[in-house]
Design a binder for this molecule. Sequence first.
Ligand SMILES: Cc1ncc(COP(=O)(O)O)c(C=O)c1O
Length: 640
Amino acid sequence: MGDSFTTWNTDKATALYGVDAWSSDYFSIADDGDLHVHLNDETSGEKATASLPKIIEGIRERGLDTPILLRFHDLLAERISQLNNAFNSAIQETGYTGNYRGVYPIKVNQQQQVIDEITEFGKQYHYGLEAGSKPELLIALAHMHDPEAFIICNGYKDQEFIDLALQSLKMGLQTVLVIEMPSELDLILERSEALGIEPILGIRAKLSTCNNSHWSHSSGENSVFGLTTNQILNAVDVLKEKGKLHYLRLLHYHQGSQVPDIRAIRDAATEATRMYVELIREGAPMGLLDIGGGLGIDYDGSRSNSHSSRNYGIAEYAADIIDVTKTVCDEAGLAHPTIISESGRAISAYYSVLIFNILDVNSPSADASPNFVPEKLHPHLVKLAEVENYLTEKNIQECYNDAHYFRSEILSLFRHGNVSLRERAYSNALFTRIMSKISELADNMDDVPEELAENPPFLDVYYGNFSIFQSLPDAWAIDQLFPVMPIHRLNEKPTAKATLADITCDCDGRLDNFIINGEHQKHLPLHSLKDDEDYLVGVFLVGAYQETLGDLHNLLGDTNVVSIGINNGKVQYLRELAGDKISDVLSYVEYDPKNIVERFRQLAERSVEEGKITPAQRREFMNNFRENIEGYTYFESPNG
Ligand SMILES: Cc1ncc(COP(=O)(O)O)c(C=O)c1O
């Protein structure tokens, strides 16, 4: 080992937290140890950087506290440009004759700011929206007025949904009704006739191609969405019979989100284009091939086909889709379709970063020095004490095993009444000291026994001022990995190994899956806390799915949100959205905040009557109660 940690510098921090691997050059560590974000300056258009801790300092000076969700609208614009440029380059290079028209699936981040920004930046590319429900369709119809962009309607549809889509066609929008279930066709035809408006119809196909993503159940013939080939042909026959086959313009498929392997993407595109060709042979005009979502993000920075990564980039994705579509259509002698993609996470994941402060640390080392020695020592305690004396690098695994053995024997003896509480506490201290020494030795070894490397014996718990259930629901629900790291002091060697707990009192409220030096680890290297400075940690790539999936576990509400840009070299605080107050979350769960105050007032008044408190104390307690009910649901920082 060892020497990689003897002299610390920011290059080592960059490697430790994998910044170059996951950040796509949007973040880097500056010499002063601050993590910087890279944005385009709004005036000069040149790349500029801003320090995340200084941004947070500026927000706190303006009155909002951590946890804070930072949004970088420039990164949204960058991603939209990258995706469009990748498809447009592939189209130009190959002589493909169709266009590319992306649509953003509203469900991935429905916040108005996101949809405003996507429709604004996307204008130049005629970037559209995908709606999977009636509320989402209403958002799309209110925000997307570009006649050259598409609004793709997926999901279950009732009469009202269909009427809205048809009426929008009358107003010049390109709203496509994608049939997800066979029964939808009759209703669409009925409503089209009743309103006298011809629909643009699409069909969602169940492909046979599967992939190995977490969402692989969305793909393959057993997926719950879309039509089987038989059902597609039935729909075609119904349309033919009614003389309406000219309505059918689009074929859609969705392989599932975060597809890690480019070969699965090629295979699905090939199968879908073959289906597209066959639909034209059946007599449908077609012209639109919608390849759904699935374009992955490299959360773990491994550029591999692991669930948290993908073995391709945006350019390769676009090139492969265009290549496959062109090849299959050329073979069939047919014109190239307009390609529509529904990329969600690839567009908005980088957009948001969650920053929270650490409230406290629970370190096992606090237990390592008891201020007493029990009067009698059970022989197992004597043996445990001996382990500490014979521990070396050479017998580290043996000592680890011995310490665990004697410790569990002592606990069992305690249960049977054969050792005292003081002996038990003393054994705790000895065990903790041994584990601490093992941890120190392991840090300096090149070849750490596997069990020790995977389960470091001595982890601190850092308590972060955030809720996993509100801000990182996928980390809890599906073990989604997100890059996590401190955003300052990165020029100092981190000395603690930690798991991160949130402030919900739930044992699932913790983060213990990190990528450290390119490897999966259950702990995160962090710095020791300073008394006069908040320690700030960032969780990155949280702009897709996290905000709206989050819930009110323990009634911890939405965090503060601040939108950041750079103009003329200066950080701009563009939009602020104060997070939920306690009164807000109480009303979400059917309490009336005024009634809550009144109930507390009754308790306080009774206490005055009974002489437990004075009227002046009542006023003080009531003020405190009222202040809290109008305050942030998270802890206010003493250093903030
Ligand atoms: C139909 C459909 N389109 C697009 C998407 C977006 O997928 P992604 O975020 O992987 O691009 C989804 C999400 O699963 C989806 O269900």
